[in-house]
Design a protein. Structure first.
Length: 284
């Protein structure tokens, strides 16, 4: 009996770890095209929403709604994980690695639900084109929240790590392709405004009163703790309504974003994420 319980415990621990394991997309089971710049991209090598329902990921080039899957091992080994990588596409359906690649995250199986992750990495091919590769991370409102750079030499890996990543932009060099997109499990992006504790989409005295009621009177609260963490210190206490009142009436410092515009919490702390949006119809 003890052995059975031990086996079940081990299995449950392994399962819980696997649920939180990073996702890696290497594109190797897709149809890869010849990798020369300027080549016309065939339909079977166009990747857009092929991973949307299973992994919650959409790919596009800056001006074209898809990327190209390229076979990097047709002449010599360039792919970090053989044989395929991805490259950007320009108008005319032509492969052109210099154009940015954009990757967006949604909830798997819920393509209309905006998603976010807290870690993304990507690896360049091994051709070593020189210059600088850039990886930009944006939140659901389109604000830049993290950035990584690396010299394009023999397959560097770039990574960004911050809560609230809804999309990334990969800016390469002419001739540089990418492989092994890795990201942490996707969460639903529920948007909020910091300090708007009652969800009426504005900041006023009633928000401070709502926070005080939540803290000391057992009043009902919206299920969005970050909206009440006015000073963004990861704690919910008397300092938050004081901070809000000082900003509203005494020309004090403004609360950290998201404030006027809706967004997600980019601070890594122990507060639970929002379940209820304080952004009305704009929240998801």
């Amino acid at each position: 009996m003890r052995k059975l319980l031990l086996a079940l415990t081990i299995a449950l621990v392994a399962a819980s770890r696997s649920l939180g394991a990073p996702v890696v997309l290497n594109f190797d089971k897709l149809s890869g095209m010849f990798y020369y710049t300027g080549t016309s991209v065939p339909t079977e090598s166009r990747l857009s929403d092929g991973f949307l329902r299973t992994q919650g990921v959409v790919f596009r080039s800056k001006d074209v709604p898809y990327v190209a899957v390229v076979n990097l091992d047709s002449d010599y080994a360039q792919a970090p994980s053989a044989p395929n990588g991805i490259g950007s596409v320009v108008s005319g359906d032509l492969l052109d690695y210099a154009a940015p690649i954009i990757v967006e995250f949604f909830m798997p199986g819920q393509p209309d639900a905006t998603g976010w992750t807290d870690f993304v990495s990507v690896t360049t091919d091994r051709s070593g084109q020189g210059g600088t590769i850039v990886l930009n991370a944006f939140d659901a409102s389109g604000f830049l929240i993290d950035r990584a750079e690396a010299g394009d030499s023999e397959g560097p890996t770039l990574s960004v790590s911050v809560p609230g990543i809804h999309s990334i932009e990969i800016v390469g060099r002419s001739g540089t392709s990418f492989d092994d997109l890795k990201f942490n499990p996707i969460s639903r992006a529920v948007l909020f405004r910091r300090g708007d504790s009652n969800g009426d989409e504005k900041h006023d005295l009633t928000d401070a009163v709502t926070i005080l009621g939540c803290l000391f009177l057992g009043s009902p609260c919206m299920d969005c703790p970050p909206s009440r963490d006015v000073n963004d210190d990861g704690l919910l206490n008397i300092v938050d309504p004081i901070f809000l009142l000082q900003w509203l009436f005494l020309d004090g410092a403004a609360p950290p974003p998201p404030l006027e515009l809706c967004g997600v919490d980019h601070t890594a702390d122990r507060l639970d994420k929002c379940v209820d949006s304080t952004c009305g119809a704009s929240g998801q």
